[in-house]
Ligand binder design. Structure first.
Ligand code: MTE
Length: 323
């Protein structure tokens, strides 16, 4: 992954009208009702529309806060920064490309295939995938391997709750995820910058840790396309590239899955990709990070500050294998 210099993005740099086109309201429909939503939200429309002057994605309403032990009380990154400073190579490699180009993504209708070592495999419309669950808000730190970070109020459901419904077998040792492949919707896929689809994976004990979210929204609203609409993973103690966007396939399997960035460059991007300030990337230090919107760098925390929650997952493992 090339390193990009972190800097705050000015809203006037984003001019493409495609930014907020195709804003689907799937969660205000059947899924929204099923998830028990009503009108409200923690983040005001003023704050949200400050990003570009374009209308904001549909509100998700009455979403309760998730468990207190999983929240950070650090100030969220501005919505403008979180939605205009992105990594989403399916729309280009520049930080502002996803916001400018992701209007071509059609997040509705959307289905997710659940495959492999499960008792109940199948392709499930997103509304059905969400229906039995209650959305919740989790404010998490996000640390990119490129040494910038943000604080994002996500809305989603714990991945573990979804996986359980499909009845993993005893052979389900890993969970593999894939992003949509459709060069018409994702024009960056016309170029072979990566071996599409974008793929990620977790060990089953990681995937079933309650911190892991399947997110459908942020800042009280549906996910903007550039942030991975309509469904993305959020694994807050790992570098951001593990948090795969626009997921169409979840496969439970016995062997460790091949993942995009470790396939691209295994020396620079490991399968585990756990945040660790003491393990430098071969081309830069991971000791400090720039919180987008801040001028000064701050120290990076081991496991991105989630060591109390997930440190035990790695006890007894060779530290060299964890990053
Ligand atoms: N998912 C897909 N499909 N394609 C990508 O290029 N980039 C990853 C991750 N998920 C990426 C992806 C990287 S490198 C990061 S840091 C985060 O998304 C960025 O998420 P954000 O743009 O919402 O901040």
């Amino acid at each position: 992954m090339p390193i990009h210099r972190p800097r705050p993005i000015l809203s006037r740099e984003i001019t493409d009208e495609g930014l907020y086109l195709d804003r689907r309201r799937f969660l205000q429909g059947a899924a929204g009702a099923a998830a028990g939503l009503a009108l409200s939200g923690c983040f005001g429309a003023e704050e949200v529309s400050a990003s570009s002057g374009a209308p904001a994605p549909a509100q998700l309403v009455d979403v309760p806060r998730g468990p207190a032990e999983f929240q950070t009380d650090e100030s969220p990154t501005s919505y403008a920064d979180a939605t205009t400073y992105n990594n989403f190579y399916e729309f280009g490699t520049g930080k502002t490309d996803p916001a400018a180009r992701a209007g071509s993504l059609r997040p509705k209708p959307w289905s997710v295939a659940i495959e492999g070592e499960v008792g109940r495999p199948g392709s499930v419309p997103l509304e059905e995938l969400l229906r039995p669950h209650t959305l919740e808000e989790r404010v998490y730190r996000l640390r990119c391997v490129e040494a910038w970070s943000m604080v994002i109020p996500w809305i989603g459901i714990p991945l573990v709750d979804v996986l359980k419904r499909f009845e993993p077998t005893s052979k389900a040792k890993f969970v593999a995820f894939e992003t949509l492949v459709d060069p018409e919707q994702m024009p960056g896929q016309r170029r072979g910058i990566l071996d599409w689809p974008y793929r990620e994976g977790l060990r089953i004990d990681e995937a079933t840790h309650p911190l892991v979210l399947l997110a459908v929204g942020m800042y009280g609203r549906e996910l903007p396309n550039q942030n991975g609409a309509p469904l993305r993973l959020v694994v807050p103690w790992k570098y951001g590239f593990k948090s795969i966007k626009s997921i169409v396939k979840i496969r439970l399997q016995e062997s460790q899955p091949q993942t995009t960035w470790s396939q691209e460059n295994a020396r620079e991007y490991g399968f585990f990709a756990n945040v660790n300030p003491e393990v430098s990337h071969p081309r830069w230090s991971q000791a400090r990070e720039r919180r987008i919107g801040d001028l000064r760098k701050r120290p990076t925390l081991y496991l991105n500050g989630y060591a109390d929650e997930v440190g035990s997952l790695y006890r007894g493992m060779d530290p060299a294998r964890l990053f």
